[in-house]
Design a protein around this ligand. Structure first.
Ligand SMILES: *Cc1c(COP(=O)(O)O)cnc(C)c1O
Length: 350
């Protein structure tokens, strides 16, 4: 009995998410916050976690985390939150809930790979509408495709991954205004862009805002959140696995949300470093840097494959997007030391 005979063809066609070995490397491949927590805070956190009852199931909806998040993230009155095991979990929940047979998901491309993966998993037709050559958003082309495809679900990463580009607010408003389907605005990099549609949720019944604590510095605990009208949250809550956010994640999130200023200060340092690194990368001969409002840069180099391997040999791990994105690498903003190591290595690796 072979799996090929039983497993759905759309699953057979997928490849499992690949993560390269990063032990001992300068790790600039996954948009993580490079700064560890201060030692005193780590001890306090350990103490807080030691009080968690591991023998008990979690509070199913993470009530206390939701209440604290709503305050710290300025959730508008009348809106609700749904928590996920990372925002990946929420992308799957939304897609599962909306995927009526024969319906379509649409998103600008290139963008976050999980949109397309979940369309495939849930049996939706995925329509990836190309961005312009410079990765700016072609609103007219996108709206034209919306009219012909009539998507039930739209994902827009704001700013986009893997390009770092933040689309104009007017373009997003045009998409929301014209959409017959649900628009999910994925604000994974919100802390680095300083722009959000959170406060506009009340104006648009077909909009929900997706966020994560991952890029802010808590990628390891896996906590994403979806903000929207209670009518949407009520439906998505039925699809959520009963205990999708575990007790340790809830406790760690509560602890850190009480001390959010620590992570926000780190994010401010990353934003400052972004400017320095962007200018230095742009100064390297042969390197094209695309403008980024996130904590990473998309760069085009003469020979991405070669440069990626040469960087790796020098102990620097970036993300190789070639051949999907011709001659492109994605580089996370690291600490000043890490960025210096990257720049030195890159000069030899080009
Ligand atoms: C990183 C990322 C996510 C996933 O975040 P998790 O909460 O860690 O699952 C979602 N959307 C975009 C655009 C991202 O870049």
């Amino acid at each position: 009995m072979s799996p090929e005979k039983l497993v759905r063809p759309e699953i057979l066609a997928l490849t499992a998410y690949q993560v390269p070995e990063a032990q001992g490397m300068v790790k600039l491949d996954a948009m993580e916050n490079p700064y560890p927590l201060p030692p005193a805070l780590r001890r306090e956190l350990a103490e807080a976690l030691s009080r968690v009852d591991l023998n008990r199931y979690p509070e199913p909806t993470g009530r206390r985390v939701r209440e604290l998040l709503a305050r710290r993230m300025n959730l508008p009155p009348g809106m609700e939150l749904l928590l996920g095991n990372g925002s990946d979990d929420l992308i799957q929940i939304i897609t599962l809930a909306v995927a009526r047979p024969g319906t379509t998901m649409m998103y600008p491309a290139p963008s976050f790979v999980m949109y397309g993966v979940n369309a495939a998993l849930c049996g939706m037709k995925a329509v990836a509408v190309p961005l312009r050559e410079d990765f700016s958003f072609d609103a007219d082309a996108f709206l034209a495709r919306m009219r012909s495809e009539r998507p039930a679900l739209l994902f827009i990463a704001y700013p986009n991954n893997p390009t770092g580009v933040l689309y104009p607010e007017e373009d997003i408003l045009r998409v929301i205004g014209a959409a017959e389907g649900l628009v999910v605005l994925d604000e994974a990099y919100h802390v680095f862009a300083g722009r959000t549609f959170m406060q506009r949720l009340g104006e648009h019944p077909n909009l929900v805002v997706l966020r994560t604590l991952s890029k802010l510095g808590l990628a390891g605990i896996r906590l994403g959140y979806l903000a929207g009208r209670p009518q949407w949250i009520e439906q998505f809550n039925k699809v959520r696995q009963a205990y999708n956010v575990n007790v340790l994640t809830q406790a760690a999130a509560l602890f850190m949300l009480e001390r959010l200023e620590v992570l926000e200060e780190q994010a401010a340092r990353i934003r400052a470093e972004r400017a320095t690194l962007g200018a230095a990368l742009a100064g390297l001969p042969g390197v094209t840097v695309f403008p980024s409002q996130a904590n990473f840069f998309l760069v085009r180099v003469p020979r991405a494959e070669r440069t990626y391997e040469a960087l790796k040999r020098q102990g620097v791990l970036v993300r190789n997007l070639h051949p999907g994105l011709r001659d492109c690498l994605r580089i996370t903003v690291g600490t000043p030391d890490e960025n210096r190591i990257l720049l030195t290595a890159l000069q030899e690796a080009l």
